[in-house]
Design a protein around this ligand. Sequence first.
Ligand SMILES: *[C@@H]1O[C@H](CO)[C@@H](O)[C@H](O)[C@H]1NC(C)=O
Ligand SMILES: *[C@@H]1O[C@H](CO)[C@@H](O)[C@H](O)[C@H]1NC(C)=O
Ligand SMILES: *[C@@H]1O[C@H](CO)[C@@H](O)[C@H](O)[C@H]1NC(C)=O
Ligand SMILES: *[C@@H]1O[C@H](CO)[C@@H](O)[C@H](O)[C@H]1NC(C)=O
Ligand SMILES: *[C@@H]1O[C@H](CO)[C@@H](O)[C@H](O)[C@H]1NC(C)=O
Length: 330
Amino acid sequence: MAVLVLLTTFVIFILTYSISTQSPLIARSRNFLTVFHQKNLTGHNYEKKILFWTPMFELSSEELAINHRKCLLQCDVRCAVTSDRREVSSVDAVMFHLRDLWVGGIGTNIFVPLPGYRSASQVWVLYNMESLAYLQGDLNALNGYFNWTVWYRKDSTISIPYGQVSDLNKTEIIAMSKHLETSNFFREKSKTVTGMISHCKDYARRYKVINELKKYIKVEMFGDCYGTPCKGNFTECENLLKDYKFYLALENSICKDYVTEKYWGALARNQVPIVNWKNISDNIVIPNSYINIHDFKDMKALANYLNIVGYVVLPTFPTGDIREPDIRVR
Ligand SMILES: *[C@@H]1O[C@H](CO)[C@@H](O)[C@H](O)[C@H]1NC(C)=O
Ligand SMILES: *[C@@H]1O[C@H](CO)[C@@H](O)[C@H](O)[C@H]1NC(C)=O
Ligand SMILES: *[C@@H]1O[C@H](CO)[C@@H](O)[C@H](O)[C@H]1NC(C)=O
Ligand SMILES: *[C@@H]1O[C@H](CO)[C@@H](O)[C@H](O)[C@H]1NC(C)=O
Ligand SMILES: *[C@@H]1O[C@H](CO)[C@@H](O)[C@H](O)[C@H]1NC(C)=O
């Protein structure tokens, strides 16, 4: 029954979670800047300056700077960003994206040229969102260069998880309870289980899990791994998925604190995420908001459970009063 509780959580969550997939960079950069925010520089006539030294995947350092400048317009911190390497001696922080450090290709130890200047007060920041399992290259070669890490992990200097929860204010709670009166997201969905995976080979062996599950319940997969990539834009791909009650939010590797947009995206689509993580604490995700495959003896047991949960009858919520519904199973 725990799963049903999440439906209230879901909706409360939807408002707070503005999906960042369209501009992940901006969302992340805002997180990054909170570290300066916490220091409350607003009262000081002082400006922090950040230099983007490397590109980030397909984004050039100049594009990174432009995106961050846009983001800063919405902040009340006095920060400046640049991609002009000649400014290296005057910046407070230099950002490096891990994957883009290896210009000679992963495993070659041929780095992008590093700044020649370094003051004792300047911090070099290593940014990465991949899990530990997928950190390629010789990391020892990077020892001693960086002062801070920006990563999803809680123990990084600046932790930027793929998603997080925040409280609704009073106005939002009222709007949400109104919304709940008229909507029943779960019932509105007509299909059962889906997922989207581009890489078949992974440490978590998702492919095996899904093949086994498919024997007992209808699973419709998308993505390159299944020969059905979504070629559309973000909205079109979301539309492909949103009519399913359950989303296989299986991570490609089981790592500390590693919960990605697969989980948060499922919640944002009002789906119940099916996860494969282990030992993820409740302060990283929403308690009772998911079904974990490891809680079942085998995939047959999971499929049976999904069939039950998928057909629970949900009552409508009373006005202005969010509480655990009285659940009947058909
Ligand atoms: C930041 O500092 C300014 C000036 O010292 C002060 O007015 C403001 O309330 C502070 N903001 C926070 C969030 O502490
Ligand atoms: C950053 O790391 C370098 C190299 O280890 C060190 O020399 C420098 O003092 C550190 N800077 C800060 C601000 O911690
Ligand atoms: C509640 O949050 C909304 C943003 O979702 C904001 O526009 C509104 O001003 C907030 N209301 C209060 C009372 O803080
Ligand atoms: C996505 O594609 C659809 C149809 O091609 C179009 O109507 C819509 O405006 C596009 N959305 C975005 C965000 O580009
Ligand atoms: C589980 O996570 C906690 C903290 O989140 C950690 O202290 C503990 O060592 C982890 N256990 C395992 C088996 O990884």
